[in-house]
Design a protein around this ligand. Structure first.
Ligand code: T5A
Ligand code: NA
Length: 213
């Protein structure tokens, strides 16, 4: 009898301009080309009602209290969980552009927010089988075109975000892999594809875990 093996949950993280969206798209394409089912998701997902509140905040069209916006980013992930689980069970590999790690790194870069408080609302989300951190010095990131006008797009804030990611990467309960993102798009892609193919075959025999639990 044919058994459908589950898809892998693969996340790309990194500071702004590290190349996450570029690499997610290339990975989905490469996996599909090799005959695997793969789809991309991104957070924030600006298409939902919660996502629209977040988008307006990021575009500085509205102001939201800092705790409130943190919880909205988390709610924006939770609202996608039923769909994520369904797709993974159907054998679709999910390639996700940012996840709870961005949520924690960005809010905890603001004064008065502990890592622990920031992690709480995301505890229990589907746990990624692999999180690839695109490592890029924030100065180099700024050279990839001026930071835009969205909230958080300043060099000073991005340096603090980078430090918070470093702290999150100390947690060995998450399968982190650091990727040198200062190379060409093709070089970075080659590493990401190889790591993803390995994790896809490992993940299919294990249930989806729960993040930070
Ligand atoms: N946020 C997000 C929170 O505060 N809490 C949360 O919970 C979450 C999920 C959302 C903002 O919200 C914050 C974080 C963010 O501030 P977004 O919509 O994900 O942001 O951000 P974008 O602006 O879409 O994406 P980024 O700025 O992060 O860029 P990417 O995706 O890392 O980079 P990419 O692929 O778009 O590439 C950027 C540029 O660099 C070039 C590309 O062609 C492009 O021009 N490039 C390269 N150039 C040279 N060499 C390479 N290897 C290159 N790779 C890409
Ligand atoms: Na992006």
């Amino acid at each position: 009898m044919l058994r459908i093996t589950r898809g892998a949950l693969i996340v790309l993280e990194g500071v702004d301009r590290a190349g996450k969206t570029t690499q997610c798209q290339k990975l989905v394409h490469a996996l599909q080309q090799s005959g695997r089912a793969a789809e991309m998701m991104r957070f924030p997902d600006r298409t939902t009602k919660i996502g629209q509140l977040i988008s307006s905040y990021l575009e500085k069209k509205s102001n939201l209290e800092d705790h409130t916006v943190h919880l909205l980013f988390s709610a924006n992930r939770w609202e996608m969980v039923p769909l994520m689980k369904q797709k993974l069970e159907q054998g679709i590999n999910l390639v996700v552009d940012r996840y709870a790690f961005s949520g924690v790194a960005f809010t905890s870069a603001k004064p008065g927010f502990s890592l622990e408080w920031c992690m709480n609302p995301d505890i229990g989300l589907p746990k990624p089988d692999l999180v690839m951190f695109l490592q890029l010095n924030p100065n180099m990131a700024a050279n990839r075109g001026e930071y835009g006008i969205e909230r958080y797009e300043t060099s000073a804030f991005q340096r603090t975000v980078h430090q918070r990611f470093e702290e999150l990467m100390q947690d060995s309960s998450v399968n982190w892999k650091v990727i040198d993102a200062a190379r060409t798009i093709e070089e970075v892609h080659k590493d990401i594809k190889l790591l993803s193919e390995c994790i896809i075959s490992l993940a299919e025999n294990q249930p989806v875990g729960e993040l930070w639990r």
